[in-house]
Write a protein that binds this ligand. Sequence first.
Ligand SMILES: Cc1cc2nc3c(=O)[nH]c(=O)nc-3n(C[C@H](O)[C@H](O)[C@H](O)COP(=O)(O)O)c2cc1C
Ligand code: SF4
Length: 440
Amino acid sequence: MEKLLSVSFGDPEAKKIQKYEASGGYKMLRKAIAMQPQKIIDEVKASKLRGRGGAGFPAGVKWGFLPKDAETVYLVINADEGEPGTFKDRTLMKWDPHRLVEGAIITCMAIGAHHAYIYIRGELVEEASILETAISEARQRGFLGRSVLGKPFPLEITVHRGAGAYVCGEETALINSLEGRRGMPRLKPPFPAVAGAFMKPTIVNNVETISYVPIILGMGGEAFASLGTEDEGGLRLIAVSGHVERPGVYEVPCGTNLMEIINDVAGGVRGGKALKGVIPGGSSTPVLLPDECDVPFSVSGMGGAESIAEVEVWDGRKFEVMAGRTLRSSPGSGAIIVMDETVDMVHVCARLMHFYAHESCGQCTPCRVGTSWLNRLCHKVDHGEGAPADLEQLALIADGIAGKTICPLGDAAAWPMLGFLTKFRGEFEAKVSGNKKEGA
Ligand SMILES: Cc1cc2nc3c(=O)[nH]c(=O)nc-3n(C[C@H](O)[C@H](O)[C@H](O)COP(=O)(O)O)c2cc1C
Ligand code: SF4
């Protein structure tokens, strides 16, 4: 299978600048210096590169949202990676830090930013130190500082360590945290491209998104695009975990069949057991049943926003959050969690609800109250202490959160709750059957 971003994974020498340069590293920076910024943006647009932080927004289009007359622009690289199941950015920064540094410098030149921040999850101590070393090597080579390789373009990259809050991966919470404020999401609009870090126009992109930029300049936007699907170019990293023979980080063309990823790339379900469910794109994406995994691993292939539909869950109640039994999900941040027949799905759901209740910043009521309520109720059902009415209550609470909060963390709790509840309803019912008492 072709590799672009993962060629150096496993090579301890690759993080050194000498090795990176020997294998063609920083050549694209030299090329970019001679290019008009708009030409770089055009190549990224042509590449059909979508953001790899979860939402899948086209990177070149986002860059185009910056006001044309902005005097100060910032690039913020999101290395927070805190969602359960995610570990691809950490792997990328560990093995190939210069790819990110080169991508950051080229992106800054394209968007006119003289300062880039890499906001890295606090727990990633080793990766933060690897990045610091790579940045100082790049500075010694003249790629950073008062000029970039002699071109009068002052540029600095700062590594900023977070303090372990998942919500700080949300771009506006991240910006608040970067500024020294509490890491709470901001109301949008204004979007960061208009008023972001220090209220200046800011582009926030994921580590993987930015790391693909030198590769795109090297092979050309169209060639990169042709490796993926019609509306999602190139390859992408995936982090496969759970009950597979070969868990790990892999690089696959966008749109690769999810079942092929599980069976061929990750070696199939561990120990020959049967597949029970798959969380396809990090814990915020709704779980899929085995017969729903024969889908292209891409934003349009798995539905995403377009799949949101009114659906009757049960008892005539309608929810406008997901498409029920044939729920289409999302490749999200590429974190595929595979669960075999031995897994207690109610327990998994309860564990996830605990996570979201703990990580809610508490700023808006549906999320603050709803996630805690889901957590308590799910926990009760999981321990066999729930009543049948609790299941309906879980659905109603989730429906009361989805789409009604300041940031998508609320949805990130509600969607998986509804996914588990509708797909594995029988397991939830089994845990409450025989309990006659009223729901919470
Ligand atoms: C609760 C929450 C956590 C998030 N965590 C991350 C993260 O760790 N890394 C990331 O790149 N994006 C994360 N995002 C998405 C960012 O808000 C943003 O969309 C992304 O960084 C943009 O980069 P991209 O366009 O390159 O994907 C998170 C979003 C939410 C709502
Ligand atoms: S949805 Fe949750 S995490 Fe997001 S702003 Fe509201 S309370 Fe905070």
